[in-house]
Design a protein around this ligand. Structure first.
Ligand code: UDP
Ligand code: MG
Length: 334
């Protein structure tokens, strides 16, 4: 999650080679074991994209599939050179696959979608239309979502409410892969873990203009979902990370220092009170759990403050080592 102008060497070489391109649209599709969907995916994409009247590329990322996916992708690439294939060495996960696609994309508008045809390639023109109104991100909203109610839709509704609340970015469906991004946004964001759903939240922190439109959603025709209920827990953990990064990543001391100060002061009061009892009123402290609690609070307080200081040092190292400013410029008139 960085504003990083100078990333891996290979990627830079690739960018240099393609500096003078005029690709307008890049479509990025992460694919893991979806052999049955690929042919249909290609025909639906082709139908939509060939009518678009814009120059485009489709980047299909094989995320370490163990079925026939890659062979199918190679066939498509041979048939149509607008379709580029990236094969990852193993299964790195959907976020990593999308991130690879971002790195190698050249379009001014970049659109992600799933390979299993749950997203409808036919919605792509609608996203592009909306982007042309001047948005940095147009997010799909699967209003009529066709997934299991109890294990997928309910957790998703809750998660979306929480993420909206915490990040201040009000979207109904962060989890929808079908989204359009402007090149500026994509090239300045690095993704970690399973953070692709949070790109709008991350982007909002640098002032991106974000909106959502309703998109279609279909039941999975072939194969199985790669995720189960356990994703809910991971999504919740990610919310904590996002909240921390959005609010405190440039000022960790404000969080840890406050916690540390609170605990330290409370612990000091408790300990002082007990010391007064001991010194002036000759009370025994050995059998008072409060004494232990007081000392613990003071120690934890010191720990938190130290963590805050270490955090302050690491953010300085981080910003300066990757040349990342703490602001983000939209344009300069010089
Ligand atoms: N996917 C991937 N790597 C993974 C898991 C999934 O590239 O490790 C791809 C998958 O092939 C699909 C998309 O990510 O194109 C969404 O996955 P899935 O349909 O299983 O998720 P769901 O729609 O159930 O949320
Ligand atoms: Mg799916």
């Amino acid at each position: 999650m960085t504003n990083n102008p100078d990333r891996g060497n290979n990627r830079n070489k690739y960018k240099d080679k393609n500096k003078n391109n005029n690709t307008e649209i890049s479509i990025i599709i992460p694919i893991y074991n979806e052999e049955e969907s690929i042919d249909l995916l290609y025909s639906q994409l082709d139908q939509t994209l060939s009518k678009l009247g814009l120059s485009y590329e489709v980047i299909l990322i094989d995320d370490g599939s163990t079925d026939n996916t890659y062979t199918k992708l190679v066939e498509i690439h041979k048939r149509n050179s607008n379709y580029k294939i990236i094969k990852l060495r193993r299964n790195f996960g959907q976020t990593a696959a999308i991130s690879a696609g971002f790195d190698y994309s050249r379009g001014n508008i970049i659109i992600t979608l799933d390979a299993d045809l749950q997203n409808d390639p036919g919605d792509i023109p609608k996203l592009i239309e909306k982007m042309k109104e001047g948005y940095d991100i147009v997010s799909g909203w699967r209003k009529n979502r066709k997934d299991k109610f109890l294990t997928r839709r309910i957790p998703s509704i809750l998660a979306n409410k929480i993420i909206s609340r915490i990040t201040g970015v009000h979207l109904h469906d962060f989890g929808c892969t079908l989204k359009a991004y402007s090149k500026d946004i994509v090239k300045n964001i690095s993704l970690y873990g399973e953070m692709h759903r949070y790109i709008p939240a991350i982007a909002s922190s640098v002032g991106a203009k974000i909106t959502e439109i309703e998109v279609r959603h279909n039941e999975r025709k072939f194969g199985k979902s790669k995720y189960g209920i356990s994703r809910t827990i991971r999504v919740i953990l990610d919310i904590i990370t996002i909240k921390f990064l959005l609010s405190f990543s440039t000022k960790p001391m404000q969080l840890f220092g406050l916690l540390g100060l609170g605990m330290g002061v409370l612990g000091s009061i408790v300990t002082l009170y007990l010391i007064i009892l001991r010194v002036f009123f000759q009370q025994e402290l050995g059998n008072r759990p409060l004494f232990l609690i007081g000392i613990f609070l003071v120690l934890i307080g010191i720990q938190f403050i130290s963590m805050g200081l270490i955090g302050e040092i690491s953010i300085r190292t981080y910003h300066e080592s990757c040349n990342k400013p703490i602001y983000s410029i939209k344009e300069i008139l010089d």
